[in-house]
Ligand binder design. Structure first.
Ligand SMILES: Cc1cc2nc3c(=O)[nH]c(=O)nc-3n(C[C@H](O)[C@H](O)[C@H](O)COP(=O)(O)OP(=O)(O)OC[C@H]3O[C@@H](n4cnc5c(N)ncnc54)[C@H](O)[C@@H]3O)c2cc1C
Length: 527
């Protein structure tokens, strides 16, 4: 096993990881680790843009209220206030770093509108290619000053006694490297990839969250999975149709051509995502119909939405008829590793930023285009915390810890499901509409029995299945615990939000979870 040392190790090369690296590299020796090529991330795929209070008639209070309303007031009020107040500063920094945001002839930002926003406040680039433009600029900036290790799958944290000292990674040839660090930042993205109907890039398996869980960090809000209303539906699901299309006049219609959001919500097609997705789900599953995005009234479509135009072309969908077939799918995960204003987790020396973190800003349902914003804002916060001298931490741990963590174990992998099976079970029992009976079935299928692997000894394909099944089990069991409906979490058997659940989070920790899988998952490091 190779051992590499750095002051800061960042797992993940999306917007959150790279912005943290940008700030930290001024003073620290930083390594960014990604399991794929640096361009492979959900950040790269982001279409609509970043929400920010830019318009002179807009206020942070309005952005704040839109965020709370979309989140069904499950949001953390202080963190949310901090988030929305930072919006214009994020846009300034990204512009300075070379992101070519779309502007009018006077140089003012062109501001789009998306679901749940009462004002135009979505700053975008390249029409619907905001993520690509941001990531290209960030990659350009950090390439010379930060060491980037691609093709390294982070498997386990090196943690003991409530402290984190680094991370073990494995490459495709099976070589293990221990990256020791004073500060370890998880920026590994979310877990919408545990569903088969998803907008996410391949690999959104929640592995960073699972790693943190096994090491003893607290997780929160895992039951809140956002289903985006408009994934492109051809033979299979072929990508996302940004909400900005509805912001420009696109209307959701059923097979008869009737608008389906009339009378459902004052914002109609631009209602928050949970509401629109449930309406489409009803039309498709209960009425046995189809849903289309009618774009006949969207002017200059190909220029405004070049990415969506290409996506439709690749899927064999002609835009001539002005109707794009759509279906909802898992898009964003509000749950994650519980963090504070400085990205700190419950383990000392371990931080989490971006979609893998649960800062509390999204509540029970994220407001559109608040995710890139969250990644940028809290990556900077975390970096600045680490850079502040008084928080300097000395790296000290015994080598016996390494040997202990890296010891082999006996296992039988009968209980481990194939990825397709995990995704199918999640679609069927833990999707837009859930109930106790289905969730219990899923829970039973996801139990890992006597499977107790020393993960570092396993091939990456098996580690990935283990992580996905762990993530699926954590999600389903959190869904079971929340016996109410709120935002993206809709229970047929408890269809209303209940007072006793207001502002209550379901916290998961391997140190407290009672189940067999929790003990087994912990066994590799914590026994
Ligand atoms: C199609 C699409 C469109 C979207 N549009 C928007 C939008 O317009 N506005 C908005 O605000 N949000 C949007 N989102 C959501 C937003 O893009 C993501 O929430 C955000 O980019 C997440 O950033 P991140 O840095 O946390 O993680 P990601 O961008 O997902 O990056 C995760 C990184 O972690 C690495 N990684 C993960 N696990 C491991 C491991 N075990 N070992 C090593 N490396 C690992 C990956 O390789 C990757 O580099 C969209 C999402 C999708 C899928």
């Amino acid at each position: 096993m190779d051992i590499v040392e750095a002051e800061v190790i960042i797992i993940g090369g999306g917007i959150a990881g790279l912005i943290a690296a940008e700030y930290l590299s001024m003073k620290k020796n930083v390594i960014v680790i990604t399991k794929f090529d640096i361009k492979h991330s959900n950040s790269y795929l982001a279409q609509g843009g970043i929400s920010a209070v830019i318009d002179k008639n807009d206020t942070w209070q309005e952005h704040y209220m839109d965020t709370l309303q979309a989140g069904h007031f499950h949001n953390d009020p202080e963190m949310t206030e901090f988030l929305v107040k930072e919006g214009s500063k994020v846009i300034d920094s990204l512009s300075c770093w070379g992101v070519p945001f779309d502007r009018n002839l006077n140089g003012q930002f062109l501001l789009g509108k998306e679901g749940g926003h009462h004002r135009n406040r979505i700053v975008h680039a390249g029409g619907d290619q905001t993520g690509k433009k941001i990531m290209e600029a960030l990659i350009r900036r950090i390439s010379d000053k930060v060491r980037i290790e691609t093709g390294q799958y982070a498997v386990e944290l090196l943690a003991a006694n409530g402290m984190c000292y680094g991370v073990y990674c494995k490459d495709n040839d099976g070589c293990v490297t221990l990256y020791k660090s004073t500060h370890t930042i998880l920026a590994g993205g979310g877990y919408a990839g545990i569903y088969s109907a998803t907008s996410n890039a391949n690999g959104s398996d929640g592995s960073a969250i699972c790693m943190a869980y096994r090491a003893g960090a607290e997780l929160a809000d895992l039951e809140f999975v956002q289903f985006h209303p408009t994934l492109l539906k051809s033979e299979k699901i072929s990508g996302l149709i940004t909400e900005a299309v509805r912001g420009e006049g696109g209307v959701l219609v059923n097979s008869n051509g009737s608008p389906i959001m009339d009378g459902e919500h004052p914002l109609k097609d631009l209602a928050p995502r949970d509401i629109v997705s449930r309406r489409i789900f009803d039309e498709i599953h209960n009425q046995r119909g189809s849903v289309f995005l009618n774009i006949k009234d969207v002017s200059d479509f190909e220029n405004k939405f070049p990415g969506v135009t290409i996506l439709c072309g690749n899927a064999g969908i002609s835009l001539d008829a002005g109707l794009i077939p759509v279906t909802p799918g898992a898009h964003f995960t509000m749950g994650g590793i519980k963090t504070d204003l400085f990205g700190r987790t419950s383990l000392e020396g371990l931080y989490a930023v971006g979609e893998c973190a649960n800062t509390g800003v999204h509540g029970a349902n994220r407001l559109a285009s608040n995710s890139l914003l969250e990644g940028a804002v809290f990556a900077k916060q975390t970096a600045q915390y680490i850079l502040s001298e008084k928080n300097e931490r000395i790296l000290s741990f015994s080598f016996s810890l390494i040997q202990e963590s890296y010891s082999a174990g006996n296992y039988s992998n009968d209980a481990l499901l194939e990825i397709n099976d995990i995704q199918e079970i999640m679609d069927k029992y833990a999707g837009i509409c859930r109930d106790e009976e289905g969730l219990k079935k899923a829970e039973n299928k996801f139990q890992l029995g006597n499977f107790n692997p020393a993960l570092l000894d396993q091939p990456i394909a098996l580690i990935k299945r283990f992580n996905m099944q762990t993530m699926a089990w954590l999600t389903v069991t959190s869904c079971l615990k929340r016996k109410e409906s709120r935002g993206s979490h809709f229970r047929r058997d408890f269809p209303f939000a209940l007072k006793e659940w207001e502002q209550k989070k379901i916290i998961r920790s391997v140190l407290r979870d009672e189940s067999f899988i929790a003990k087994k998952a912990a066994a590799g490091i914590l026994n």
